[in-house]
Design a protein around this ligand. Sequence first.
Ligand SMILES: Nc1ncnc2c1ncn2[C@@H]1O[C@H](COP(=O)(O)OP(=O)(O)O)[C@@H](O)[C@H]1O
Ligand SMILES: [Mg+2]
Length: 650
Amino acid sequence: MNNFKALVPYLLMHRTQYTLGTLAVLGANTAVLLPAYFLGRAIDGLRLFSSGNPATPGLTLSQLGWLALGLVLATLVSGTLMVAVRRSIVFASRQTEYEIRRDLFAHLSGLDKNYFDSARTGDLMNRLTGDLSAVREMIGFGSWQLATVVSSFLVSFAWFFSINWRLTLAVLVVFPVIIGILAYLARQVSVRYVPMQEQNSAISAKAQENFSGARVVKGYATEDREIAEYKVMNSELIRRALHLNRVEGPLQAFMSLLMGVAYVLVLIYGGRMILGLVPGSPLTLGEFTQFALTLERLAWPMLSIGLIANMLQRGMGSWGRLQEIFAARPRVHDSGRTDRSVKALQGDIRYENVSLDFAGRKVLNNVTLHIPAGQTLGITGPTGSGKTLLSQLVTRLIDPTTGVVKVDDVDVRQIPLSTLRENIAVVPQEPFLFSDTIASNVAFGLDNAHYQPIETRKSVRDTRPPEDNDVQPDMERVQRAAEIAGLASEIVAFPGGYNTMLGERGVTLSGGQRQRTALARAIAREPRILILDDSMSAVDTETESRILAGLRQVQEGRTVLLIGHRVSTLRHADHIVVLEEGHIAEQGSHDELLAAGGLYAELERRQRLESDLSEGDEAALAGSAPGQVSAPADARPRPGTADLRSEVKK
Ligand SMILES: Nc1ncnc2c1ncn2[C@@H]1O[C@H](COP(=O)(O)OP(=O)(O)O)[C@@H](O)[C@H]1O
Ligand SMILES: [Mg+2]
């Protein structure tokens, strides 16, 4: 129930709708019981009339007419009020769903790498859809039905007591049983529902990973194994779902039975009263009819109690799962230490005795480095040596365990995250492109200023709908970036040029094209600090040199962290570090490192040998089969790709 507190603010946003709706339910349930009263009156009146006793003349024709009119009006009023209920409570629940979904998404967007490293996409999707629907049903249909039950019982029992209190007490006998059953049901549903939703999440995650990883599954021909695993998870899901359904079925029947018992009691006990066998408690035929008809009206609310308890338990279970998302906090965030006055950055980077631990394992060890603004630092080293982490410390995707990372001599933890990241562009090792046009993908980092922050924890009625932010990207900048990234000529050849859709609804790019699109995205941003994390591994050496030459022209005043494995790439850097198991094994300029004869020199020697070898091959090929061989822009294994990766096993 602690969870419930967090839901209250969302309900309060639409308190008028929910209150009016509840009042309408009360009104409708009062009106719906009036026909029973009118009928009872009519029956008693008609009975007196037909007994022919002049002392009690009974009902006149006009009185009968009024009763009939009242009956029609009552039905009309209750019908109208039911429409009002739908318009208020059900509409409000949709709005609440919107608000929770908006806030969840905003909250998720504010979480950091840490969270998404461990969260499963499929699970999150399931929570945003299935669990959110369960919550909406609880507050929409659930609260409506709950109000119906409560008001039906209140109004009915008010009538019951006004008619005959002894008969009412007889009916009340069945209630302790009902309450006991409900308590049991609620407990059962709550212990069975969450495991079912967990399985739902697991199965969504499995499907999502299989579709995203379709190429791997196909490549390894493991479809059958995946299908078998999915089948096992699917049958577990149905087992848990049936386990849940099993508690619901018999309960409905049991409630019916209890209604039957109540009827029998009313018939026997009420009948005896009409016959005058219960001293001091007379009952007329009309009153008996009203009593029985009112009881009849209670049948549905009674039956729906099980349904409601079920819906509330499911809703609260799901709300708990959404609360888990809301409870997650980013580890890296602005804090009291943040210095808001930092607005612009020059791009001078310092690492001072930086170490980073993961579960007690040192992945970066006492790194000290200075990269003056505008310079290029080359970083190389075997896979897993910490190159990516070293670069992520600058964007604060992660904070160091000990030591300080500074930009412009300010601890990055004091620089507002937004300022820091606005000045940096990263081309990650595995680029991610959106299912959008090439132009939008390249312009992705440009138009931030056009977007207003989304207001959360506010009613949809108080916030204006998000503006149509269909900002046209600055095409000149996009084209210039594509040019430098060596992508322009290929884009022009696409069917739609820059407006060609990528991904699901459009063309599929090769690995090298993806990398160069990501590169163009970073270049278009014209950042102070540019981080290239092995981002040209799928681009051949010649294209890479061309791109780097282009980059150097626009690089004026930009600091570049260039992570790579090719000496041909790294040699132009102002300074080069070679990482090994998280520490700097050697550093210096290209020439200094060659002269030192260490890891870097060994790397250079091997790549030179390889390149000589394959040049020999090419010469031989050219001799035997003369012809035009156009150089593909994307690399298959090509000269110069030997790297330190193999060193890792040493
Ligand atoms: N989130 C993480 N949790 C635990 N270990 C990590 C995490 N990220 C990276 N590592 C470990 O840190 C080491 C360095 O990783 P990384 O910087 O990605 O290497 P690379 O030099 O290949 O870019 C690796 O051994 C990797 O397993
Ligand atoms: Mg890496």
